[in-house]
Design a protein around this ligand. Structure first.
Ligand code: TRP
Length: 331
């Protein structure tokens, strides 16, 4: 029997921190054994925001190495711009998606506001506006059944389904099937400096723990994580809750239960608590860091293997494009 297909995309920005690892990448690694999985580093999406071309290229390869080190198989991983058919399909799909629909995307509204606030020339590219159409093309070009993403991508997936439906009605055939979001119970890790906010690279180094940071830096960052002001209650403070979350994400369930009990009866010492968490995180990231060191030694071959996988994946995309062009009266 054919395995169900999944596709997801990841932006080549920032480094791989614990939030992104426990919230997405770890799950992607697991899904590979059960699904026909393809993962895409979305560099065409990255250029919708102001960017630096040299930095972009560096970030793409850095992310590829990082994903491989985490356990994504090279044959499942590719670079979006090495499959230009995505943009060709995006053009066709863009003509089946209304201006009004795109205007309602909250990510577009947020991002364009962000740019207006930050830069003096306020350059909002039309790429930011049509971003979700390219995302729909990423998904539909492989006829993915499931898309593992965070809840924040819900609206984009809904739009993808609408576009698929519109396409089918234009061509008079049930060609694209509607993909479903796959929301696995991944752990949402918060910033260690401001635990009311999601851990993210954009807030600065203090806020996130890089999977590839030197071990003593990781320990130091966990030691200085925000906890609470000393007044403990039945409800965990966001900082303490986040530390427990990290411990759970590291699969240290026994310790998690033990320490939670200590918290409840008022004997938990935060110093020791943080040391235990640091140990668990370090145990988790060490093999990944070792993998990365190996990958960097063979970076030339690794690059070749990703170019090969991109070419193989491209064959699937170009098959869809031929069918789509035939159906839409193009070419
Ligand atoms: N928009 C997604 C994000 O910001 C990234 C993305 C691009 C994506 N193309 C995709 C996710 C296709 C899933 C499927 O996280």
């Amino acid at each position: 029997m054919n395995r169900k297909k999944i596709l997801s995309g990841i932006q080549p920005t920032g480094h791989l921190h614990l939030g992104r690892y426990f919230g997405a990448v770890e799950n992607w690694v697991k899904l590979q054994s059960e699904y026909d999985s393809i993962y895409c580093v979305v560099d065409y999406h990255a250029i919708t925001m102001p960017y630096n071309p040299i930095k972009l290229k560096e970030n793409v390869w850095e992310l590829i190495y990082n994903l491989l080190a985490c356990g994504i198989h090279a044959e499942n991983l590719f670079i979006q711009s090495k499959v230009p058919e995505h943009t060709e399909l995006a053009w066709i799909l863009g003509c089946m998606c209304s201006y009004g629909e795109l205007s309602r995307m909250t990510q577009f509204k947020d991002k364009s506001e962000q740019i207006k606030d930050k830069s003096k020339d306020s350059f909002v590219s039309s790429g930011i506006f049509t971003y979700p159409v390219l995302q729909a093309a990423d998904i539909l070009i492989y006829k993915a059944d499931f898309v593992p993403v965070g809840k924040d991508q819900d609206q984009h997936l809904e739009l993808t389904r609408n576009i698929a439906q519109k396409f089918n009605s234009v061509v008079g055939k049930e060609y694209f099937k509607a993909p479903e979001g796959m929301y696995s119970s991944t752990s949402k890790i918060m910033s260690t400096a401001d635990p009311t906010k999601k851990m993210s690279a954009s807030m600065g180094d203090k806020h996130n723990i890089n999977v590839f940071a030197p071990i003593d830096q990781i320990r130091k960052q966990i030691r200085s994580a925000v906890t609470d002001a000393g007044e403990r209650s039945d409800r965990l403070s966001p900082g303490v809750e986040n530390l427990f979350m990290i411990l759970k994400a590291c699969n240290s369930i026994e310790e998690y239960n033990l320490l939670l009990n200590e918290y409840k009866n008022g004997t938990l010492q935060y110093g020791r608590f943080k040391d235990i968490i640091a140990d668990a995180v370090i145990e988790r990231v060490t093999p990944i860091q070792n993998n990365k060191a190996e990958i960097l030694k063979n970076s030339k071959e690794v690059k070749e293997s990703i170019k090969r996988s991109s070419a193989i994946i491209r064959e699937r995309a170009s098959q869809t494009i031929s069918e789509v062009k035939a159906l839409t009266g193009l070419g």
